[in-house]
Ligand binder design. Structure first.
Ligand code: MLT
Length: 331
């Protein structure tokens, strides 16, 4: 005997419900007992860069709060989209967490249908972490000394000038696009797996300039191993008080800071997300994290922004904003 269409539909519906439940428990994890094993935080860029630096700052205090080890894993490629796609497909059990930045909101406009995940539908947000200013920097022997001189030089030598980025979708790529588009130039883009390795080449004078986060540039700027032109925030920052803002240096449209947040796969249970959020909030209140971030030109977000609600609100607003900006620029 074959079931009628309504019975068949009910049966299929029950199966679908069962498979969702099974997906949540596929690793055998009990959300109430979470965490019982090491937690992995996936960084979508190379080790030694700004995303890696921020992740390693919060990993230890988060691990202490959770009572397990946190292992930081770097999965580079395609401006952070390889790692995000990989985490979206992981078991939704809280043992694989993604750290990502503003690139989570620019990827839909940049990659379109080629993006293997939906930043909103395929993840749950855990909370925001920090917002990092960016700096426009160059190799130490690059000819221009000020942003005003840089603008003139790049406009006159665009075919010779090289710009390092961490790939399409990276913050350095976004800031570089805003800058070159404001100057009306096309320079040669040199993509890296992250601005950690890009910085090595900039210090080694293999590439001309880069727009990168203060968490990766403050030490080199202070030590003089790179030349700095401007910071992309409305006000100067305490860590680099002599560095003018882009507005002061005549480029008010180059205004961007790089927000970071933690994500888990979409079906992760509430209890697990709540524990990760609490651990994140504890880490961001840790004095050593506050001090390390201050030394690199940034601060932890306020307590009420290290929440899924504030994070989701920013993510959805930023997807709409960057879709307009990138769409307008023909990105
Ligand atoms: C990194 O960690 O390498 C950066 O966040 C890259 C970037 O987005 O520019």
């Amino acid at each position: 005997m074959t079931p009628g269409p309504r019975k068949a539909a009910a049966y299929l519906g029950a199966l679908a419900g069962l498979s969702l439940t099974l997906a949540a428990c596929s690793s055998g994890a009990d959300p109430a007992a979470y965490p019982e094993d090491d937690v992995e935080i996936v960084v979508p860029f190379a080790a030694g860069g700004p995303t890696d630096t921020v992740t390693r700052m919060i990993a230890e205090p988060m691990a202490q709060e959770l009572g397990v080890q946190i292992v930081v894993q770097n999965v580079e490629g395609a401006g952070g989209t390889v790692a995000a796609g990989q985490v979206a497909a992981e078991d939704p059990d809280g043992y694989t967490v993604l750290m990502h930045h503003i690139g989570m909101s620019t990827a839909p406009a940049l990659y379109g249908d080629a993006l293997a995940y939906d930043p909103v539908a395929d993840f749950r947000t855990v909370g925001l972490v920090t917002e990092v200013p960016m700096t426009i920097i160059a190799r130490s022997d690059f000819e221009p000394d000020t942003l005003e001189d840089f603008v003139t030089y790049v406009q006159e030598h665009e075919s010779e000038v090289t710009m390092a980025t961490a790939g399409e979708g990276a913050a350095s790529d976004l800031c570089g696009r805003l800058l070159t588009s404001a100057l009306g130039v096309e320079v040669t883009v040199v993509p890296y797996d992250g601005t950690g390795p890009a910085m090595e080449d900039l210090v080694g004078k293999q590439v001309d300039f880069m727009c990168d986060q203060t968490t990766n540039t403050t030490t080199q700027i202070t030590e003089g191993t790179v030349k700095a032109y401007a910071v992309t925030t409305p006000e100067r920052i305490d860590a680099l008080p002599d560095l003018p803002t882009t507005a002061e240096a005549g480029q008010p449209d180059i205004a961007v800071s790089v927000w970071h947040g933690l994500y888990v796969p979409a079906e992760t249970p509430d209890e697990v997300v709540e524990k990760l959020t609490a651990a994140l909030q504890t880490a961001l209140a840790d004095q050593s994290v506050i001090d390390q971030m201050a030394g690199l030109g940034t601060t932890p977000v306020e307590h009420d922004r290290a929440t899924p609600e504030a994070h989701t609100e920013l993510l959805t607003e930023q997807i709409a904003t960057w879709s307009d900006v990138i769409g307008t620029q023909g990105g």
